[in-house]
Design a protein. Structure first.
Length: 357
């Protein structure tokens, strides 16, 4: 809005089909494959072209505009430049539409736009790891490896005990420190569910970055809940994995994630975006057991992501996301004119954004 005011422009806030109130069909578990087929990148891009070509200024707004010469004719893209601003997925669409329909959108500011659609996005949490303090990273890596190894190779007793500790840490919190998880509940929990607890502190990283989302957790971890001075080498290297694990679980329990500001997830938005990444974009943020600095459990696999897609949408999906529908515009090799690409220093999607043209 500040850019529009500065240059005396007309700002239009775009609502994507299948999101918000722009629902051609009710979105729920009963939405059919025949209905989901209308949620594609091409359809979304064509919506913009159609809108821009047919747009006329509503009379209620026209009367409020100070420029007396503003008319519906003068706002057509053939006369007045239309400039697209978008971040993340909207940034992708901006870059694509400059290639697809350059006569409709004159210029684009694409921020953190992952233009290279790919199924395997194991690199996603590498940015989060790089943003960590080195002692926090070392302990997180060590704890993740220990949990993965135990759940894969430990005895049944060791696995159940570890699952119980992990799930209790998640169930606990500043207002419920004595939460318990039964042995039966722990034994019935899957490895993915239990190991996924280690990723709870990463829930808000994409939205708030290291300082607001990860630093509070790292501080609790490295000071053993504010009872000791942090060590440069970290806890695992100094005292052993059990001390690091206990401190890690304490950090999970002590941080009140519900108190972090932000809008609650919208089930319609979640389902619509899931259809899009399951059908065209991929971006499966799997764990990478080959990465010696991985802070994501290897139980988060490509197969798991695909299973979740197939379970949510039992009909209508391809065997694997059809990333070629997006990458046909060039992906990393695209060279659109009049597009400003900007990216964050510790960008989670750094491996799929365009760093230079």
């Amino acid at each position: 809005m500040q850019v529009a005011k500065r240059y005396k422009g007309l700002a239009i806030l775009w609502e994507h089909r299948f999101y918000g109130a722009s629902l051609p069909f009710p979105i729920n578990k009963n939405t059919t494959a025949d209905q989901w087929q209308f949620l594609t990148t091409e359809q979304a891009l064509e919506d913009v072209v159609y809108f821009a070509d047919k747009f006329t200024l509503p009379s209620t707004i026209h009367s409020q505009v100070s420029s007396g010469n503003l008319s519906s004719v003068s706002l057509h893209p053939s006369v007045t430049p239309w400039v697209w601003l978008g971040g993340s997925y909207p940034g992708i669409r901006g870059a694509l539409i400059r290639i697809r329909n350059p006569s409709t959108i004159f210029a684009v500011w694409a921020s953190s736009a992952p233009v290279e659609a790919q199924v395997d996005m194991a690199s996603y949490y590498k940015a989060a790891e790089r943003s960590l303090t080195r002692n926090c990273s070392a302990d997180w890596v060590a704890v993740t490896k220990f949990v993965d190894d135990t759940l894969m190779n430990g005895s049944e007793e060791e696995q159940i005990s570890l699952k119980q500790r992990l799930l209790q840490a998640r169930a606990a919190g500043p207002t419920n420190p004595g939460a318990t998880v039964s042995n039966q509940t722990a034994s019935s929990a899957s490895n993915v569910e239990a190991a996924g607890v280690l990723m709870d502190p990463l829930s808000f990283y994409q939205y708030y970055g290291f300082e607001a989302s990860l630093l509070p957790f790292c501080n609790v971890l490295e000071t053993k809940n504010n009872t000791a001075a942090p060590l440069e080498a970290g806890l695992a290297a100094t005292f052993g994995i059990e001390v690091a694990l206990e401190a890690f679980l304490k950090g999970i329990a002590e941080i009140d994630y519900d108190s972090i500001s932000g809008n609650a997830d919208d089930p319609v938005t979640d389902m619509s975006w899931m259809w899009q990444y399951c059908s065209e974009y991929g971006f499966y943020q799997r764990g990478d057991p080959e990465n010696p600095l991985s802070i994501e459990t290897s139980f988060q696999s490509l197969e798991l992501f695909q299973q979740e897609c197939n379970s949510t949408f039992p009909e209508g999906l391809p065997l694997s996301p059809q990333v070629q529908h997006v990458d046909k515009y060039g992906g990393w090799n695209m060279t659109p004119s009049n597009v400003l690409f900007t990216n964050g220093e510790c960008e989670p999607s750094a491996s799929v954004v365009l760093l230079k043209v």
